[in-house]
Design a binder for this molecule. Structure first.
Ligand code: MG
Length: 300
């Protein structure tokens, strides 16, 4: 490079830097995290959204900048037209569908298994038709009897059954989402990494899993649990971490930063849905919870 070329290049470089101070700032900011495409989409279950009608509930969601709505599966099937009409033209989508089926997939009683197969497929069809991310399911609640024994044969059976269900969900344009719960509610599936392993072994794009920050008291690390499920994570439930109220109602223990850090690193762009009650006035505690989630997402 001769002297003239050097000056031209330097002047161009100086002009470019002067024209783009934000670029310079970002280059010099060692703390800047890479953009993984992660997006904070907050969702409310039907009962969380204040209001009587679906339209009122959805108005409430929109007033807080909440972009997802999570109905129960039974409600979705029964109120399909009303929910579809209420959500039309809004900056709001149906997030996941919360269960609502009859029977259970690990039922040892053929009548209960048949009830699961029939009702679950009806909900999955409706979920696909309304553009939901998936239908949440638990393989077996601890109270559900008679249940197949917890052994290798049952694990293989579960993976085969989920494969079939997952392929059906894909045809409907949606998924089924395994939810691990705490040991009192679902001894069979307590950990997010265990749910992710079932997704892997079911070998269907339609079989996904989720984490629920309240049930995740079972995990040794929010970050590790969620990162381990990065290829299968389709939904998140959130609540205060001691009493399952609005995030923030249990004080300092309501810390989601490590979990959010995992979500941001993996480029999570599905929903974080509030599944909780409130010991305070929901008109105050619910907007405060949305604010807390936004602040901790920023921190993560
Ligand atoms: Mg949950």
């Amino acid at each position: 490079m001769n002297r003239k070329e050097f000056f031209k290049t330097s002047l161009f470089g100086a002009a470019a830097v002067a024209a783009a101070p934000s670029l310079l700032a970002s280059c010099c900011n060692a703390e800047k995290k890479p953009d993984t495409g992660a997006v904070l989409n907050i969702s409310f279950q039907t009962g969380k959204a204040l209001g009587e009608s679906y339209a009122e509930k959805m108005d409430y969601c929109e007033s807080l900048g909440v972009t997802g709505f999570e109905p129960g599966g039974w409600d979705l099937v029964n109120d399909f037209d009303a929910i579809s009409k209420a959500i039309e033209g809004r900056n709001l989508k149906i997030s996941a569908i919360c269960a609502g089926f009859e029977g259970f997939i690990l039922a040892d009683d053929p009548v209960q298994k048949e009830a699961f197969d029939t009702s679950m497929r009806r909900i999955v069809e409706a979920a696909g038709a309304i553009g939901s991310t998936g239908v949440i399911m638990v393989p077996a609640f601890s109270r559900q009897e008679p249940c197949k024994p917890n052994n290798q044969e049952t694990y293989d059976y579960l993976c085969n059954e989920l494969h079939e269900l997952g392929e059906f969900a894909v045809k409907c344009g949606t998924t089924v989402i395994l939810e691990p719960l705490n040991r009192r509610e679902c001894f069979y599936l307590r950990l997010v990494p265990a749910a992710a392993a079932i997704c892997r072994d079911a070998k269907s794009e339609g079989v996904k899993c989720m984490g629920d920050f309240w049930h995740m008291q079972e995990e040794t690390s929010d970050y590790a649990a969620l990162i381990s499920a990065r290829d299968y994570l389709q939904h998140i439930h959130i609540a205060s971490r001691a009493n399952r109220c609005n995030p923030g109602e249990d004080g300092d223990v309501d810390n989601y930063v490590e979990g959010f850090r995992a979500l941001k690193e993996m480029g999570y762009d599905k929903y974080i849905s509030l599944e909780c009650g409130s010991i305070g006035d929901p008109a105050v505690t619910t907007p405060a919870a949305v604010e807390l989630i936004r602040n901790q997402w920023e921190q993560a």
